[in-house]
Every structure is written in structure tokens, then in C-alpha cells.
Design a protein around this ligand. Structure first.
Ligand SMILES: NC(=O)CC[C@H](N)C(=O)O
Length: 382
């Protein structure tokens, strides 16, 4: 039985590039910043990562959706991306864990996508000119008309998207990484360390790794003042990943400033790393096309970790506060990938140690956070 051909769809970029393809996901029109992701696996994790809020993801891997989607691999309870761009979108998945096809999943979450477009051409354009806004539509099929929609969209620089994705309620997280996927020694704790995680758009796998390392995790909204965080008497505070321009998250930066003064252990990932840097007086800038992939080398000296990355902004190495020491460079472009405070138990990484796209190289950072919290607790309890 022949499958009905998918209905037409149109993609335009802000520079006027227009490509025709087929609907892959929901009907409608969507506008956002287009970024390319070079990962060969993990599309479900990408699509549900709250850090992608406001962005349309162009997958450079040419075949998407083969393993479908399941109820376990989401990094948050919903699809977060603004749109999906693929070369070939599989409509009939085959995998023992598949519960739904990717196209149906996108449609269920009302996310507009396009397949059948030349993703190599688009990637080259974004590499040459930088990430830019774009639109996908299944209903506006005239390039000029769709381009007018793109022109109305705000630029990512200056956008605070954290309120769109942060939790409204405080909750506790208890679920560790499932046994069949666990790869590091887990230390069960009789008197668990208490971590308050500030949710700027937190990924489930960060919460799972903290639980796997024996922590009791209290997740709080991004707008929670420092005094309310300290009311939990946490052994450590975690600053999560999240979407948008870090410099626009002024409330989070002020909270981090207050927390730094307490001397408690702080650990930041991605947006959390940028917020810690900003809190200490450093500045951020927008990268040309960002880092979105699974194999970015990060390191210093002869130590290199293969890391998963997803960010469009970075801390400016020339404005780093003097008390911050660089622990990792992104070895592709020499941007700052990791920091440690010289005196206080504070450290952060621009990459994602919780992601395990094959390598688990950076998972030991969670052990490092735990060691700092244990040390802090010992000192406090004398
Ligand atoms: N994954 C993240 O936390 C991304 C941080 C920030 N939104 C950036 O694009 O740089």
C-alpha cells in the first residue's frame, strides 16, 4: 500500500533563503532562531530540552525518527523546540522502545516541522552567516509572505526565556538513573545531602544524576529569592541549564550573587555556568552559530573530555573575574568551557556532564560536587 505523500511545507531564513519540503509534525506556522545540531543520536532528548525554547533545530544527521519516541527519554515533560528541520523524517519507526512515531509526537505537541529540505545547504549558510531567525509553515507557502513573519520575530540576544520553562511549584526529585543505564558507582547515603536546584529550565537527567549520587533534590522556581533557598539549609545549590540570553536573566544573577556570599557549594551547568560568571562580574557574548552537538572536546593541558553541548552564548574570557580559574576550554574554538572559584567551593561547566551520548567522561563532576558538599557539611557540623 502506497503511503499518501505528506502535505507541502515551506522554510525561509531571515537572509531570504527559501526551501520547499513536506510537513513533518503539526500544521501551522512557526518562527524562531534556527540553530543546527550535529548529534547523530538523542533527538528526543534534544527536542525536549528546555534550553531550546524559542529555537528551531536543524538536524544535520540526515535520517531522523528511526527509533521513534518513548515515555522515558524526554528531558522535560514536553516538546520544547519551536520547530524541527530534517533531511529525511522517518514515519514508521522500528525499535523495541518505540511507543510513537516522531511525526505523530510532534503533531501531538503541536510543533511544526519540515522534512525533505537540503540540510547541508542550510547548515553551510548558518555557519557562514551565523544563527538567524527563520520560519516554517504548512499554510503560508509564499516565501515573501513568510519572510515578513520572520522580520517580526525578536532576536535571541536580550531575551529572557526562563519564565517560560521554569517550574511554577517547588517539588522534590527522587528518581535516580534507571539500573540498566547506570554507569557510575552510586553512593547510598544514610543522611542524604540536600541540594536545592534552581530551575532555569532543568533537564531530567541532571536530576537523575544528582539522585544517583545520593542527593535529596529540592527543585525551586527560577524566581525563588536566596533567603527562601537558604531556608532549606542546603548542603549545596545547583544552577541549571536553560534557554535564552543569560545576561537577561537578571533575577537569577542577583540570586547567584547573594548565594556566592554564603560560602556554600555551588555548581552550575550551561546557563547556570553563565549566570555564575555574570554574578561574579564577568560578561557574556553571543557565539556566531553556537555549539550544539555531542562530541565537543573540552579540556585543559592533556586532559580532554568529549562533551555534549548546547549553547549559543558564552562567557567572555577577557572579562572573567580574577577569582575565577579556567578548568576547561572548548578546544574547537578556545571559548571558556569550565570555571572554578579560587577560594570558594564554586565551579561550573558550559557543557553537559549529565548527558551520556556514548562517552560518560564528565560524569565525575557530580562526584566532585558531592565531595564539596560533604566537606562543607563536615566543617559546619564540626
Ligand atoms: N543549555 C543551556 O543552558 C544554554 C544556555 C544559554 N541559553 C545559551 O544558549 O548559551
Amino acid at each position: 500500500m502506497a503511503l499518501n505523500p505528506a502535505p507541502p511545507a515551506l522554510l525561509v531564513l531571515a537572509d531570504g533563503t527559501a526551501l520547499r519540503g513536506y510537513r513533518y509534525g503539526a500544521q501551522g506556522t512557526t518562527v524562531g532562531e534556527v540553530v543546527f545540531n550535529t548529534g547523530m543520536t538523542g533527538y528526543q532528548e534534544v527536542l525536549t530540552d528546555p534550553s531550546y525554547c524559542g529555537q528551531m533545530v536543524l538536524f544535520t544527521y540526515p535520517e531522523l525518527g528511526n527509533t521513534g519516541v518513548n515515555s522515558e527519554d524526554g528531558e522535560s515533560p514536553r516538546v520544547q523546540v519551536q520547530g524541527v528541520i530534517v533531511r529525511h523524517g522517518c514515519r514508521q519507526p522500528s525499535n523495541w522502545r518505540a511507543q510513537e512515531s516522531l511525526a505523530d509526537y510532534l503533531e501531538r505537541w503541536r510543533v511544526v516541522g519540515i522534512s525533505g529540505v537540503d540540510t547541508r545547504l542550510l547548515t553551510r549558510r548558518l555557519r557562514e552567516q551565523g544563527a538567524m531567525n527563520g520560519a516554517i509553515s504548512t499554510e503560508i507557502l509564499d516565501p515573501q509572505e513568510l519572510l515578513e513573519r520572520v522580520a517580526q520575530a525578536p532576536s535571541m540576544a536580550g531575551l529572557n526565556l526562563v519564565p517560560r520553562v521554569s517550574t511554577a511549584q517547588v517539588y522534590e526529585w527522587h528518581t535516580p538513573t534507571p539500573k540498566q543505564w547506570e554507569f557510575a558507582a552510586v553512593c547510598p547515603q544514610p543522611d542524604p545531602l540536600v541540594v536545592v536546584a534552581i530551575d532555569f529550565g532543568i533537564k531530567h537527567n541532571i536530576l537523575r544524576r544528582l539522585a544517583s549520587y545520593g542527593c535529596r533534590v529540592v527543585v525551586v522556581p527560577a524566581s525563588t529569592p536566596a533567603a527562601d533557598i537558604l531556608a532549606y539549609d542546603p548542603d549545596g545549590i545547583f544552577l541549571s541549564n536553560g534557554p535564552g540570553d543569560p545576561a537577561a536573566v537578571t533575577e537569577g544573577i542577583a540570586t547567584a550573587q547573594a548565594l556566592v556570599k554564603t560560602g556554600r557549594p555551588l555548581f552550575g551547568i550551561c546557563l547556570g555556568h553563565q549566570i555564575l560568571g555574570l554574578a561574579l562580574g564577568s560578561q557574556t557574548f553571543k557565539l556566531k552559530f553556537g555549539h550544539h552537538g555531542l562530541n565537543h572536546p573540552a579540556g585543559l593541558g592533556n586532559q580532554v573530555a568529549i562533551s555534549s553541548q548546547n549553547h549559543g552564548f558564552a562567557l567572555d574570557r577577557d572579562t572573567l573575574a580574577p577569582e575565577l580559574q579556567i578548568t576547561d576550554w572548548n578546544l574547537n574554538d578556545q571559548t571558556v568551557a569550565g570555571l572554578r572559584h579560587q577560594e570558594l567551593p564554586i565551579f561550573s561547566v558550559q557543557y553537559h556532564p549529565e548527558a551520556s551520548p556514548g562517552p560518560h567522561d564528565a560524569d565525575n563532576l557530580f562526584a566532585q560536587f558531592v565531595a564539596q558538599m560533604e566537606h562543607y557539611r563536615q566543617i559546619q557540623r564540626g
